[in-house]
Design a binder for this molecule. Structure first.
Ligand SMILES: Cc1cc2nc3c(=O)[nH]c(=O)nc-3n(C[C@H](O)[C@H](O)[C@H](O)COP(=O)(O)OP(=O)(O)OC[C@H]3O[C@@H](n4cnc5c(N)ncnc54)[C@H](O)[C@@H]3O)c2cc1C
Ligand SMILES: NC(=O)c1ccc[n+]([C@@H]2O[C@H](COP(=O)([O-])OP(=O)(O)OC[C@H]3O[C@@H](n4cnc5c(N)ncnc54)[C@H](O)[C@@H]3O)[C@@H](O)[C@H]2O)c1
Length: 451
């Protein structure tokens, strides 16, 4: 063989592991370069530990409502440390499993930072390896606005997962996926939470119904929502707590921790992309075509680094399709991103697929789009003190009423959405949903009975 490997992936996260797995299944000799832990962001400091914390928060909410269902509970307390310990043991098992799985597939794991020497050569920890095909899948890291004075006093989502004791009072800065997810976990588990956002509603870009319903629910849950708050400075004061000061002089005091959740940047510096002539975009992404080709003959990029939706299943699908195109004669397999379902594990969760109402009206013309909505209190809260609303919206287009967007906020949205995403992917009409017999009693039945 001319090269050491048929394919090397730089980055052993969702994208990198999926491309080497599929390529190895087709008999190709592969290696994956990983500087930290196999599994990448999702497994170690993303989806998986987040979902464990979300389950913990879910249990806290069930305990809160238990007396209304007749339970006489004597809960002695909650141990954050125990939950974190259990979570990390679980994750360690996944890391170990990945190691064994790579070995079984015959994939070499090259531990260390990978950098390009030339288009076919990677250097890892002082050693050089060559490959016919190289796939860049380095993902990203949480961003911190360096220009903010005292910014380093704040944690990021990585720091959140490193917390072994529960802070009493936190400020979460941001209003995207990570901000609402972490704020919800803290709040449900008993931390006093302030959410500091530059806008009045969370989740910019999502359908307004979701933004309004979730913002209201977060406030009702006890989260202090600080609107139009632009952070100017973080300051450690004499009692050891952190004070956050806004550009217009507001001062919020007494935080044990402050968490930045203001987006992520891709990890490009270690790659030495200049050695292969790949120029990142001004958004810090690597531009790819519909085949995930970078423009350099044998180099591809997949996952978060491409600027495509930063979601694990998108990275996995990109990796698998790339291997299918390269090694299984299926050049037609390309990522279809027109209806990517996504769930935000907030409290309550959000599930959304397709176009928000405002985007659909922009795309198809205001009067060609119709929406159906339903807002109700699910039966689960019929007689509980805490009541959490569910809101649903169907966005349909044209005389046939093709469903181009489904938006759900409320209990069960996380599990409800996947099936409905199939309908949107298949270009279903509203009449197809209506023709489906409802499941009763459920919240999901509203989506097939809307008038
Ligand atoms: C807190 C949080 C929660 C999330 N929750 C969800 C969720 O619920 N659902 C969902 O779908 N998505 C979620 N995501 C997003 C998801 O984790 C990412 O979209 C996904 O991990 C991207 O995969 P990737 O392969 O592009 O990169 P990563 O998974 O980030 O993997 C990249 C790997 O490459 C390594 N690496 C980087 N550069 C080099 C180098 N030069 N040499 C060697 N190794 C290198 C890194 O150490 C890393 O392990 C979450 C993200 C975060 C931060
Ligand atoms: N459930 C999931 O699937 C899930 C969960 C977490 C993360 N993710 C992925 O990871 C990505 C990154 O998440 P994220 O929440 O960090 O980013 P995000 O892009 O979702 O949200 C960042 C938010 O921070 C705000 N912001 C930026 N700078 C700010 C500043 N200086 N002060 C205050 N607010 C500021 C932005 O306006 C934006 O609303 C997501 O876009 C998503 O694709 C997915």
């Amino acid at each position: 063989m001319k090269y050491d490997y048929d394919l090397i992936a730089i980055g052993g996260g969702s994208g990198g592991l999926s491309v080497v797995e599929r390529a190895a299944e087709y008999g190709k000799k592969c290696a994956v370069v990983e500087a930290k832990k196999l599994g990448g962001t999702c497994v170690n400091i993303g989806c998986v530990p987040k979902k464990v914390m979300w389950f913990g928060a879910h249990i806290a909410e069930a305990l809160r409502d238990a007396p209304d269902y007749g339970f006489d509970l004597d809960v002695k307390g909650f141990s954050w440390a125990k939950l974190v310990e259990q979570r990390e043991t679980y994750i360690k098992n996944i890391n170990t499993w990945f190691g064994g799985y790579m070995e079984k597939l015959g994939v070499d794991v090259l531990q260390g930072w990978g950098r390009f020497v030339d288009a076919n050569t990677i250097e890892v920890d002082g050693k050089r390896y060559t490959a016919e095909v190289i796939v860049i899948s380095p993902g990203g890291v949480p961003d911190i606005p360096q220009e903010t004075e005292g910014a380093e006093l704040g944690l990021t989502s990585d720091g959140f997962f490193a917390l072994t004791t529960q802070p009493k009072k936190v400020a979460v800065i941001g209003s995207g996926y990570i901000a609402v997810e972490l704020a919800g976990v803290f709040q449900a588990l008993g931390t006093d939470v302030s959410l500091l956002s530059r806008k009045d509603l969370v989740l910019r870009g999502f359908d307004d119904m979701i933004r309004e319903t979730l913002t209201d629910a977060m406030i009702e849950s006890g989260i202090h929502k600080e609107y139009h708050f632009r952070v100017k400075k973080l300051e450690r004061v004499a009692d050891g707590t952190i004070t956050v000061i806004s550009e217009d002089g507001q001062c919020l005091t007494g935080f044990d921790e402050v968490v930045w959740a203001v987006g992520r940047r891709n990890l490009l510096e270690p790659l030495a992309l200049e050695n292969v002539g790949i120029e990142p975009t001004n958004r810090g992404t690597i531009e790819v075509d519909s085949c995930h080709h970078t423009g350099v003959a044998n180099i591809y990029a997949i996952g978060d680094v491409t600027g495509q939706p930063q979601l694990t299943p998108v990275a996995i699908r990109a990796g698998r399709f790339l291997a299918e195109r390269l090694y299984n004669g299926k050049p037609h397999l390309k990522l279809d991103l027109h209806a990517v379902p996504t769930v935000i594990f907030s409290h309550p969760p959000v599930g959304t697929v397709g176009l928000a109402e405002h985007d659909a009206r922009k795309a198809y013309g205001h009067d060609n789009v119709k929406v159906y909505t339903s807002v109700f209190t699910p039966m689960r809260y019929a007689f509980t003190q805490h009541q959490i609303k569910t809101a649903l919206k169907l966005v349909v287009y044209g005389p046939e009423e093709r469903v181009v967007g489904i938006h759900i906020v409320g209990d069960g949205a996380d599990e409800m959405l996947q099936g409905f995403a199939v309908a949107v992917q298949m270009n279903a009409r509203k009449s197809d949903l209506d023709a489906t017999i409802a499941i009763h009693p459920s919240s999901a039945e509203e989506l097939v009975t809307m008038r």
